[in-house]
Design a protein around this ligand. Structure first.
Ligand code: SF4
Length: 234
């Protein structure tokens, strides 16, 4: 956090950025397609090391074959590998889905639990995945610290932490709980569209005025506008 940012000033600035991002991205939502908590849990696990767009493409065939935890727990491994193949790391991902589904069947009657403490005990489910599922399938506020979120909140000066759990707590402290889920979407959308890792489009950024990292990318409006991504899930 910038040295002269008192706590009150930091909270005020963070909430201002959140409000401007909310106005900028009113359509922000989870970019993974899903119809129920089980699907969201599975597609979130599958989204590691790949794009939401690829996962969304693989999703229909996957759930047509294995619509619930019971079906997936008994899946034919080779067939499942084939379905998740386009997403990379197919052996590990298949193993994760099998173990996850088997645990859901064994411990939760095939249903996805709606509590953080239970979710993080499931094989292959960390806090990031658990918060995505809680926030988007159960309406329980959660902060999703993915690579975009971590990078942006450090650029915003909201925290200097790099550990995702510490980032989650530090940022959670700046906002009321009810804002957590949408805040995550706004920040992630901004990271995917404007505040890129390598070349943030600072000259086209709606929160530039409140961002201590302004200037990390091109500030020239034309050069910055050329960097903005406007379409669909990354
Ligand atoms: S001003 Fe630049 S670094 Fe700051 S949020 Fe905008 S694009 Fe990112």
């Amino acid at each position: 956090m910038p040295a002269n940012d008192s706590r009150t000033a930091l909270v005020r600035r963070a909430r201002k950025i959140n409000r401007v991002l909310a106005e900028t991205y009113p359509e922000a939502h989870c970019e993974l397609d899903f119809d129920n908590p089980f699907e969201l849990l599975v597609v979130t696990v599958l989204s590691a090391q790949t794009t939401d767009r690829r996962v969304n493409k693989a999703r229909p065939a996957l759930f047509a074959a294995y619509p619930d935890a019971t079906a997936m727990a008994a899946a034919d491994r080779a067939h499942l590998e084939q379905l998740v193949g386009p997403l990379g790391f197919f052996r590990q991902k298949t193993e994760s889905l099998l173990k996850l589904s088997q645990a859901l069947v064994a411990d939760y009657n095939g249903e996805v639990p709606g509590r953080l403490d239970d979710l993080v005990k499931l094989p292959g489910v960390g806090r990031k995945t658990a918060n995505v599922v809680l926030g988007n399938a159960f309406g329980v506020p959660g902060i999703t610290v993915d690579t975009h979120f971590g990078r942006l909140v450090r650029r915003f000066g909201w925290t200097s932490e790099t550990d995702p759990v510490k980032v989650e707590f530090a940022v959670g402290d700046l906002f009321p709980k009810r804002d957590w889920t949408m805040l995550s979407h706004y920040v992630i959308w901004h990271g995917r569209r404007i505040c890129h890792a390598k070349k943030p489009a600072c000259g086209a950024c709606p929160v530039a005025h409140w961002c201590p990292a302004y200037g990390e990318g091109p500030v020239d409006p034309v050069a910055a506008a050329a960097l903005v991504r406007t379409q669909g899930p990354a």
